[in-house]
Each structure stands twice: as structure tokens, then as C-alpha cells.
Write a protein that binds this ligand. Structure first.
Ligand SMILES: *Cc1c(COP(=O)(O)O)cnc(C)c1O
Length: 466
């Protein structure tokens, strides 16, 4: 939980700089006690401060061995250079940085084209800090459109239909903006939203249905087209016209390149809006996301604010005001640098590594795959029925001793009996690294199998998919 409280023992965390710095005189920090939980009385030299912070961060895990995160951990040096050059640019200052604003507009057009907006020039969209903000904006548009449709019929509370596997941002949206979450539980081997189950929960209070292209729990795609079909039939029967928001945080940057025939995007007239995380398979460092609406009708005009832009007005829709511009510039760099073929090769490589690694893990014996990495390059696996001496939490803990971060967690209702490990393959996780992971797993197995029973770990935090 990252809501920080003040430290009760500030004196306990004083740090001493390297004694070599004392050779440069006391002002260089060698003799200073450096308080960490309140401001020091005096400045310290920039190099000393740099070294202290730099050294402390060595304790952070190694990003390349982190198979928990979906977020980009590798960019080319040219992208890093561009980002450093743009460090001071504020995205909201469209007037001062008109060309950064122009790159944002181009990125929106590129995504509108990639996601088959009927009239790419009519699609509206914006950058955000990530998918969470983009989902809030998508949800707000759904809620406002629903309220406008229902202006006459009072007394009905809004609800949003989605799978119990939604990312936590949707629960936040419902909490913060007072919408009832209607979570469809998992059942048997159905680990995400099904069309029939979604439609069964729709009523006149439903502002929309969220379909996830790429569930964080197991990497599977939800059947967006089937859900749209079922909602079309519902409209014919009942007159209820319920839009879909596609949460494509990961999948909206995978499917266009690897599954071009899968129809999940604006080709479906019922899809009103789509979000993605530029900092996941958009291949940009954190934090940038994107929200797009199929046309102006899908985004109520009263949610849009105008900021001054070159003496004119620039429409904006955002929760934040100031926000770094560097990530948006880096997104444009990635689009320009890779093109369609570049993205296809990068994503196909990730899928190939995921499929191969999943196969090797299944072949070890005591594991069963829940998914195999053929949708998102992400797969979940669990311990086979026969492997009674250890559980997924034991595996995660032992892998961590070798530096691998492979999270273990339980599924939501009604499959909370199922606990899994999950591997997220990203750009930069090579076949060679995957082979090292399999070798480590194989080496650990005899010890795990020699345990008399699983060493019950305290309940794991659910932060990996949340
Ligand atoms: C990661 C993720 C989010 C949240 O995205 P951020 O960019 O981390 O804010 C929302 N939905 C899904 C499906 C995700 O995978």
C-alpha cells in the first residue's frame, strides 16, 4: 500500500556519505549526517546527493528479470536521449510547446487508423498518464451519455457491467464516480467475461459494458465481437442501446499487429471508446496512455475543456493539468521508428518467446498451463494436481532468491480456489533469458518436491495484476 506515513524514527535513517568525499572537505558531505525524513539544514554537493540516491536505488529489483510488470523496461538510446531533451516540457502548455501538441495529435491519428475508426479524422482522443486515467475518461463519457439518454426517467442508479477480472482502475472508477460495479464472476474454465453473462446483467441503469483485450490475470482476450453481437440482439428485443468500452491496455497494441483478422475495435459499431497504455506494448517508458472515441457523438462536448493554444482554443479532456511531455514524444518516436512491420516483429518475438517458454514449463511435469501466451504474450500456470508438496507461492519465493520476479496470486470469484504464477513477456526478454528461467525452475524442483507440504506464505499482495 503506497499511502505513505511519516517515519516514526527519522534519526534511525541518517546516512553517511562515502568517506572519500571527506577528502574534498566537510562540505562535500563526508562528515555530514544526512537526514532522510526531513530536510537537512544545509545543502550537500550535487555529486554527493546523486551518489547517495543512485546507490540506494541499487536495492530496486532488476527490471529485466521482472516478469511481473506489463510496463516497458527497454527503450533504445535515441528514445532516452529525446526524453532527456524533453524533460522540462509540460504537456498542457500547448501554446509554448505547439510541436509537442502536434506530435500528440499525430499519435491519436495513428491509433485511430490502427483501430479502424470509421472516419479517422472524426475520431477524438488524447494522451493520458496511463490506462487508468484513460479508463476514468472512458467511463465518464459513458456515464454522461447514459444520463443524457435517460434525462426523462429519474430514479435509476448507473451501473457498469464487466468481468470480475477487470483491472483495479475500473473498481476505482466505480467508487470515485459513484457507479455500481456489476462484476461477472469467473466460472469453471471461463476466466473472463462471457457474452451471455454480460447481457444477463444489463438493465436500464447500465452505462456500458467493459470488454478487456488482454486480461491481466491470464493474458486472454475477452470475446469483444460476441459481446457486441449479444448486445445488438438485446437492443432488438428490449430497445436498450448499451455501448462497449474496450480496455485494450495491453491488447490494443498487440492484436492490430499479430491478429489483424480479429474484430475487436471500431469496426464494431457498438465500440464507443478504446484505451491503451503507451507504456505497455506501446513500447514507451512509463507513463503514457491513450483514450480514443469513435466519433464526436461518443464524447459529450460538455466534458471537454478549452486551453489556450497559439492564441486559439485547444480542446482537452483530462484529469490532470500539468503532465510531462517526454513520454508523448517518445511514443511518437516509437511509432516513427518501428512502423507497422517493426511493431509486428517486436510483438511476434514476444509471443514466440512466451509460447516456447510456456511449452517448456508444461514439459517440466508438475505444472499445468492456464493459458499459453497465444493472445497477450502472457501466460499463467499452476501446480498440477499431483504436486502436493509445494504450491505456487513456494515457487515464486524460490525464484525470487535467484532474482526472478514471477508473481503468484489467486483468481477472483468464483475461482478463488485457483492460484497461479504469471509470466509477462516483453520486448527485451529474450529466448536466452527464458532458457535461464526454465533451467532455474528445473533446478529448484527437486527441493520443492522434497518439501513435506507447502510452506504457507502469508497472503500475497494482489498488486501484480492490480
Ligand atoms: C495495466 C492495465 C490497466 C491500468 O493501466 P495503467 O497504464 O497502469 O494505468 C488497466 N486495464 C488493464 C487491462 C491493464 O492491463
Amino acid at each position: 500500500m503506497a499511502l505513505h506515513r511519516g517515519s516514526p524514527h527519522p534519526a534511525a535513517s541518517r546516512r553517511r556519505a562515502n568517506p572519500l568525499h571527506a577528502l574534498d572537505g566537510p562540505a562535500a558531505g563526508g562528515e555530514l549526517e544526512l537526514p532522510t525524513h526531513r530536510l537537512g539544514r544545509h545543502p550537500v554537493p550535487a555529486e554527493t546527493a546523486y551518489q547517495l540516491v543512485h546507490d540506494e536505488l541499487l536495492l530496486d529489483g532488476n527490471a529485466r528479470l521482472n516478469l511481473a510488470t506489463f510496463v516497458t523496461t527497454y527503450m533504445e538510446p535515441q528514445a532516452r536521449r529525446l526524453m532527456a531533451e524533453c524533460a522540462e516540457k509540460n504537456m498542457i502548455d500547448k501554446d509554448e510547446y505547439p510541436q509537442t501538441a502536434e506530435l500528440e495529435r499525430r499519435c491519436v491519428s495513428i491509433l485511430a487508423d490502427l483501430w479502424h475508426a470509421p472516419e479517422p479524422a472524426e475520431a477524438v482522443g488524447c494522451s493520458t498518464t496511463g490506462s487508468s486515467e484513460a479508463c476514468m475518461l472512458g467511463g465518464l463519457a459513458l456515464k454522461r451519455r447514459w444520463a443524457a439518454r435517460r434525462r426523462s426517467g429519474a430514479g435509476v442508479a448507473p451501473n457498469l457491467v464487466m468481468g470480475a477480472n477487470v483491472q483495479v482502475c475500473w473498481e476505482k472508477f466505480c467508487n470515485y464516480f459513484e457507479v455500481e460495479p456489476r462484476l461477472v464472476p469467473m466460472e469453471g474454465d471461463r476466466f473472463h467475461l462471457g457474452a451471455a453473462e454480460a447481457v444477463a446483467r444489463v438493465d436500464e441503469g447500465t452505462i456500458g459494458v467493459v470488454a478487456i483485450l488482454g486480461s491481466t490475470f491470464d493474458g486472454s482476450y475477452e470475446p469483444v465481437a460476441e459481446i457486441a453481437d449479444a448486445l445488438d440482439r438485446l437492443q432488438t428485443e428490449s430497445g436498450l442501446d448499451v455501448p462497449i468500452h474496450v480496455d485494450g491496455a495491453s491488447g490494443a497494441m498487440i492484436a492490430p499487429f499479430l491478429d489483424p483478422d480479429l474484430v475487436w475495435d471500431f469496426r464494431l459499431p457498438r465500440v464507443a471508446s478504446i484505451n491503451t497504455s503507451g507504456h505497455k506494448y506501446g513500447l514507451v517508458y512509463p507513463g503514457v496512455g491513450w483514450a480514443l472515441w469513435r466519433d464526436r457523438d461518443a464524447l459529450p462536448a460538455e466534458l471537454v475543456f478549452n486551453v489556450n493554444y497559439l492564441g486559439g482554443n485547444m480542446p482537452t479532456f483530462a484529469l490532470n493539468f500539468s503532465r510531462p511531455g517526454a513520454e508523448v514524444v517518445a511514443q511518437y518516436f516509437a511509432f516513427l521508428r518501428l512502423g507497422r512491420e517493426g511493431y509486428r516483429v517486436v510483438q511476434q518475438t514476444a509471443r514466440d518467446v512466451a509460447l516456447r517458454l510456456a511449452g517448456q514449463i508444461a514439459a517440466l511435469g508438475p505444472f499445468e498451463l492456464v493459458t499459453r501466451g497465444d493472445e497477450l504474450p502472457v501466460f499463467a500456470f499452476t501446480t498440477a494436481a499431483g504436486a502436493g508438496s509445494f504450491d505456487v507461492y513456494d515457487v515464486a519465493r524460490r525464484l525470487r532468491e535467484r532474482g526472478w520476479l514471477v508473481p503468484a496470486y489467486s483468481f477472483p470469484d468464483n475461482r478463488s480456489d485457483l492460484s497461479v504464477l504469471r509470466v509477462v513477456v516483453r520486448n527485451g526478454f529474450s529466448r536466452d533469458l527464458a532458457d535461464l528461467l526454465v533451467a532455474d525452475l528445473a533446478r529448484l524442483l527437486p527441493e520443492l518436491e522434497a518439501q513435506s507440504h507447502p510452506l504457507r506464505a502469508p497472503e500475497q499482495p494482489a498488486a501484480f495484476h492490480h
